[in-house]
Design a protein around this ligand. Structure first.
Ligand code: SF4
Ligand code: SF4
Ligand code: SF4
Length: 254
């Protein structure tokens, strides 16, 4: 299960951000306006599990029906619930786990605040709360899913920009929507994270510009993919070191 966020119909109302805070009892820390846009939460963080980005930009050449030279791009970002999640791989306490819905959740009572997961996430999703030091992020409303409900953010979105459901169905919908936009002449529309072979995401997006414009990495990497061989190399090195120590000890005893 996961999300398809179609940014082409987002109106920037922030109902998703508010619904997430209300349902999950996330502290309502409201920041300052950035000065660059009407955004007062700036990024995903320990107290912002959904973040609606507002990007003011000059209309790229070729966009049909552009009535001015400035446009707004709006996009509701969230944890990607990666199908190969590096945050989960590096957590030493098992606080991060994969649920029966295929999503990735942090157990607040198991997290010890070591912070290893934070640099492992290629999207800057995980963050420690200043007051308790533990890592927090979107749970994909695990409690609601267990109760047969849809996530609070998807339910609150008035334009269906956030759609929740089985990933295969969502990918089909997303491809249909992309085709429709291309036929309508919106050539810059593209899917981000929908191709499992590139980087599997349980939350993928339809964007109207390059991922970097929305603050998303163009080519995210599973930094832990080589962990098995790294651990193997570390074990070999440790073995060689131990053998050296034994040899020195035996040699010194003669
Ligand atoms: S987006 Fe980051 S926090 Fe979310 S599952 Fe992937 S690696 Fe973990
Ligand atoms: S799925 Fe739930 S926890 Fe995640 S952003 Fe939406 S409302 Fe918040
Ligand atoms: S609720 Fe829907 S339309 Fe409103 S900001 Fe969030 S994604 Fe956009």
């Amino acid at each position: 299960m996961g999300f398809f966020t179609d940014t082409s119909v987002c109106i920037g109302c922030k109902a998703c951000e508010v619904a997430c805070k209300e349902w999950n009892d996330v502290p309502d820390v409201i920041g300052e306006l950035t000065g660059e846009s009407y955004d007062n939460t700036s990024s995903l963080g320990a107290n912002t599990w959904r973040h609606v980005a507002f990007i003011e930009q000059r209309t790229p050449a070729g966009v049909p029906d552009a009535d001015g030279d400035v446009r707004w791009l709006m996009s509701s970002d969230v944890c990607k619930h990666c199908t190969e999640a590096p945050c989960l791989d590096v957590c030493p306490t098992g606080a991060l786990f994969r649920t029966e819905f295929g999503t990735v959740v942090v157990q607040e009572d198991v997290c010890n605040g070591c912070g290893y997961c934070i640099p492992a996430c290629p999207f800057g999703v995980l963050d420690r709360r200043e007051d308790d030091g533990r890592a927090w992020k979107c749970t994909l409303c695990y409690d609601r899913l267990k109760g047969g409900m849809e996530p609070a953010c998807a339910q609150a979105c008035p334009t269906d920009s956030i759609q929740f459901g089985p990933l295969d169905e969502l990918r089909e919908k997303a491809n249909g929507r992309l085709e429709m936009l291309h036929e309508a002449g919106v050539e810059e529309a593209r899917l981000y994270g929908a191709n499992e072979e590139e980087y599997g995401m349980g939350a993928f997006f339809l964007l109207l510009d390059e991922p970097e414009v929305y603050g998303l990495p163009p080519d995210p990497e599973v930094v832990t993919r080589k962990l098995g061989s790294l651990w193997g190399a570390a074990a070999l090195a440790a073995g060689a070191l131990a053998a050296g120590v034994v040899a020195a000890f035996v040699g010194g005893g003669r």
